[in-house]
Design a protein around this ligand. Structure first.
Ligand SMILES: [Mg+2]
Length: 218
């Protein structure tokens, strides 16, 4: 798929499980679709699909959930991370609360949106650009358990280190003024495209290396 989306288009962002099925999935509005950036927006209140907790007797199942923040998701073709901006909206208005760096599979375009999957490690960044790792202990534990090979975890950490260098140097996108971005007021809350669970998943080409069969817990 190489077609571009237009601002305002509704797309499905799907996390693909280790057995190559659509997992957690969210509706987003397209903000910008360029060679070097795909920017997507999900508003507070959007309905998405999340794993039910705890899993029932039949195993894990996806159920409806409500998204709790306004989030702009900046995605970079071929890269192992996306950068999110969070806003809170309440009686006091709308305010930018944090950046979040999400390590993840390089995204693939589908007929209805994009496919990716989470790499566990994250970085939380305050509006004044103080940062901290999140779930680096969980990543290390997954390596010990054999869920992730050590060299894959090293690639994920190295990706995070590159973003940290950008944060500390106040480079793009942390200097781009995205914090002042606001959604088109004409946009309604997006709903997941109907085909989100029927359209076959795309599998990341690195999946066999990163997620060895022995660790396929999905
Ligand atoms: Mg994550």
């Amino acid at each position: 798929m190489s077609a571009r989306w237009r601002p305002g288009d509704v797309v499905a962002l799907r996390y693909i499980t280790r057995d190559a099925k659509p997992g957690m999935s969210w509706p987003f509005r397209v903000v910008e679709d360029r060679d070097d950036l795909l920017a997507l927006f999900i508003p507070q209140g959007a309905r998405y699909k999340a794993w039910e907790q705890p899993p029932g007797p039949a195993g894990r199942r996806l159920g409806d959930a409500t998204w709790r923040h306004d989030v702009l998701r900046l995605m970079y073709p071929g890269r192992h991370h996306s950068i999110w901006l969070f806003w809170r909206r309440d009686e006091q208005g709308r305010r930018f609360t944090s950046y979040y760096v999400n390590m993840e599979e390089p995204f693939r375009r589908t007929a209805i949106g994009v496919d990716t999957n989470d790499h566990m490690l994250d970085i939380v960044v305050t509006p004044d650009l103080r940062w901290r790792w999140k779930d680096d202990d969980v990543l290390a534990e997954r390596v010990r358990q054999g869920v992730y090979p050590e060299d894959f975890a090293a690639v994920v950490r190295a990706e995070g280190e590159r973003v940290i260098a950008n944060i500390e140097a106040r480079r793009s996108p942390f200097s781009d003024g995205w914090e002042a971005w606001t959604p088109d007021p004409a946009w309604t809350v997006p709903e997941l495209p109907e085909q989100w669970d029927r359209l076959p998943a795309t599998v990341w080409e690195g999946a066999d290396w990163a997620y060895p069969v022995a660790g396929r817990t999905r």
